[in-house]
Design a protein around this ligand. Structure first.
Ligand code: ATP
Ligand code: MG
Ligand code: MG
Length: 553
């Protein structure tokens, strides 16, 4: 499988397994912070974390990184679980970083007793200023040389709730002159008297990311802790904590890969949240959102998302992928799986003036067998009703055809797909002069869509029988951001919002078969694109993608 050559992390895991490291065991984790919905960037991490575990008969846990009591909500936890399942993965176990608060605290006391951590009474601003920078020396805290006994006493009183928010913190005692800024006595615990969604009011100390992450990995038995490139500079700290704790088994290792970024897309929960809060979109699952829930409603197949994430590979080079490439994976998958149907989005009445009546004098109804998916003959055929009153697309007719317009116009013959050749004769207009119907004649000898005399027509159009049509609403989507790199111009992504990212069409006419569409099912509307039936309101369709591949490799 191609996944091996373009993924440096799989190569590392393979070598570790071959060398018998960790007894040949592979364990990963996906550690989202439940402060928003997952987006396409997270999909890359999920496919990586769960995919590596799957390939090497290992386990991948879902760890909710809930160390911050302020921003996390149960709604986000539920959405994260649902999105992972939808992508096709099953966590070994679902755990919370907060499940380890007691163990973390005990380890903090241990570091204090070893003289490797101390309580600092300075405020956050002072501590940050003293950190210095590249070529700028750090300044040691005046509290740095407290004795282990004094520190232990203070830490226990912090734990007991004796001190107010932000009045003290616990710091690792490493090296204020270290070249790596993360090693300049990083903060391990902050005091926050806040209710936590999992631990309630039990804690008023909350661990920082760096103090929680590697230790959580170690507690769970993670072997390969995969994260994105911005954590590269944290790795020495990750290793320092683990090297200084009394672990009973081999420590996990952290590996970093480049984030997935897409053109015309933002992948930041904070910014996506703002779109939701400002009402720019209808919610986290708005089909224009790059969230997994948005893509699900839009009709993106999970297999296409997985294939794309695998195909782009895993490297340490930051790059932005073209959204058109992602869409071509979506299109490829849907081309294989989606049933073909006929739908008219902007209907114009077409009346066949020489259409016969049946024995009882009623207009005749015929039925044509049409393939459900020519790419997949096993999907069979369906019967589509045809009659003397049809709908065609408004823009498939021109009273005065412009140059190179080969569709229907007065005197011109075209094929109605799978049915008959028709020739337009004249138009019917209302008082304002707008065309309300087109009259035409049909050639009964062309039944099925071919002429026995071999005469050719220049276009084939889709149609829906008017008396059989089902009414629907269709949402057409364009890019949510017009700029390839939203925010590049002004620093504010919202400045690049596309004001016309959604067009809602009502009164669309669908072939009768679509009355039975399953909620969430994606079908191809012939000549128009792929459309997903809304999960809650099936006669609302979202355009997933158009038919034309716009990706040039
Ligand atoms: P955001 O910046 O959108 O808030 P995050 O990195 O803070 O994202 P987390 O919930 O902490 O979000 O992420 C969980 C996992 O997903 C982490 O391992 C993170 O590295 C990974 N991840 C997040 N965004 C991307 C991305 N764009 N590409 C690849 N992996 C990502
Ligand atoms: Mg984060
Ligand atoms: Mg973030």
């Amino acid at each position: 499988e191609a996944a091996t050559s373009n993924d440096f992390i799989r190569e590392i895991v393979r070598r570790d397994v071959e060398a018998g490291r960790y007894g040949g065991r592979v364990q990963t984790r996906f550690p989202p912070e439940p402060n928003g919905y997952l987006h396409i960037g997270h999909a890359k991490a999920i496919v990586q974390d769960f995919g590596v575990a799957e390939d090497f008969d290992g386990v991948c846990n879902l760890r909710l990184d809930d160390t911050n009591p302020d921003t996390e909500e149960a709604e986000y936890v539920d959405s994260i679980k649902g999105d992972i399942a939808w992508l096709g993965y099953t966590p070994g176990v679902v755990v919370h970083a907060s499940d380890y608060f007691s163990q973390l605290y005990d380890w903090a006391e241990y570091l204090v007793t070893q003289g490797l951590a101390y309580v600092d009474d300075q405020d956050g601003e002072t501590i940050s200023a003293q950190r210095g920078g590249f070529g700028k020396p750090g300044v040691e805290s005046p509290f740095r040389d407290r004795t282990p006994d004094e520190n232990l006493d203070l830490l226990r009183r912090m734990r007991a709730g004796e001190f107010g928010d932000g009045t003290k913190c616990l710091r690792a005692k490493i090296d204020m002159q270290a070249e790596n800024m993360w090693l300049r006595d990083p903060v391990m615990y902050r005091i926050r008297h806040a209710h936590h969604h999992n631990t309630g009011d039990e804690w008023c100390l909350y661990p920082t990311y760096d103090w929680a992450h590697g230790q959580s990995d170690a507690i769970e038995g993670v072997t390969h802790s995969i994260c994105t490139l911005e954590f590269d500079s944290h790795r020495p700290l990750y290793d320092w904590f683990l090297a200084n704790l009394p672990l009973t088994s081999e420590a996990p290792r952290q590996y970093e890969f480049a984030r997935l970024e897409l053109t015309h897309t933002i992948t930041s929960k904070r910014r996506l949240k703002k779109l939701v809060e400002d009402g720019v979109v209808d919610g986290w699952d708005d089909p224009r959102m790059p969230t997994l829930s948005g893509m699900r409603r839009r009709g993106y197949p999970p297999a296409a998302i997985r294939d794309f994430c695998t195909a782009i590979g895993t490297t340490r080079n930051n790059s932005v992928k073209a959204i058109e490439e992602f869409e071509s994976f979506v299109r490829r998958e849907l081309n294989r799986t989606a049933q073909r149907r006929m739908a008219v989005l902007r209907p114009l009445k077409l009346v066949i003036t020489n259409w016969p009546t049946d024995a009882a004098g009623a207009p005749l109804v015929e039925h044509f067998e049409v393939a459900n998916n020519p790419e997949n003959p096993a999907n069979g055929v369906r019967s589509v009703a045809f009659s003397g009153e049809l709908y065609i697309e408004e823009d498939d007719f021109a009273e005065v055809p412009p140059p190179k317009f080969f569709r229907l116009s007065p005197g011109r013959e075209v094929r109605l797909r799978g049915a008959y050749f028709v020739t337009a004769t004249d138009v019917v207009k209302d008082a304002s002069g707008a065309i309300v119907a087109v009259n035409c004649t049909y050639d009964p000898a062309t039944r099925g869509g071919d002429s026995p005399d071999g005469r050719k027509v220049k276009s084939t159009m889709h149609w829906v029988s008017a008396p059989h049509a089902v009414d629907a609403t269709v949402a057409l989507y364009e890019r949510l951001f017009t700029a390839a790199a939203p925010g590049e111009r002004t620093g504010e992504a919202l400045d690049d919002l596309n004001p016309a990212s959604r067009t809602l069409l009502t009164g669309c006419k669908l072939e009768a078969e679509l009355a039975e569409v399953e909620p969430g099912e994606v079908v191809q509307f012939e000549r128009l694109g792929y459309f997903a039936a809304d999960a809650d309101a099936p006669l609302v369709f979202h355009r997933t993608v158009g038919l034309r591949d716009e990706f040039a490799a």
